[in-house]
Design a protein around this ligand. Structure first.
Ligand code: NI
Length: 169
């Protein structure tokens, strides 16, 4: 948090055939797995392109969080559906050790392309919808603390203690 690249609007991917794109996604995969995260956006590893990946596997630590299939999402758009919002705790690999309570659309439709350039079009809700909104925010230069409504609901995970529902970053 604080790096200028994380405040930039990232550029769309123009060339799906390039080895660079595949290399970028491989680096993002490695980083996400090494840090045990739920999602990561290209700007978080220093590349200002509209690429995010996410995956949530069943984990006994996060019983309330349903699994999200491994997804590479390129040039995404997200549309909030039905206007309902819900608040949930979030963390971020770029804001280590911290958690904040963030309102998000409960249900969204997201569209974009996978690594092969094939279209993706999904309607999701709950944690899946939250992860997508968080990651796509990164592509528009927004980190989740900017969306915390009351800074009393933002702090170190250790200090917040039992208020925070445990979840992957
Ligand atoms: Ni993040």
């Amino acid at each position: 948090m604080g790096h200028p690249l994380l405040r930039q609007v990232a550029s769309p991917v123009a060339d799906f055939q390039s080895g660079e794109l595949a290399g970028l996604v491989a680096d993002m995969d490695d980083t996400l797995r090494a840090l045990n995260g739920a999602g990561i956006a290209a700007p978080q590893i220093g590349v200002s392109l509209r690429v995010v990946i996410f995956e949530v596997t069943e984990n006994p630590r996060y019983l309330h969080v349903s699994a999200v299939p491994y997804t590479v999402l390129i040039n995404p758009t997200v549309t909030a559906l039905d206007g309902a919002e819900e608040e949930g705790w979030e963390g971020c690999l770029s804001v280590p050790g911290m958690r904040g309570l963030v309102p998000r659309a409960r249900r969204v439709r997201y569209q974009g392309f996978d690594l092969a350039g094939a279209p993706i079009d999904r309607t999701v809700e709950g944690f899946h919808a939250r992860v997508v909104q968080h990651e796509v925010d990164h592509l528009d230069g927004i980190l989740y603390p900017q969306r915390v409504r009351d800074l009393k609901d933002f702090g170190f995970e250790d200090a917040l203690g039992e208020r925070v529902t445990p979840m992957p970053d």
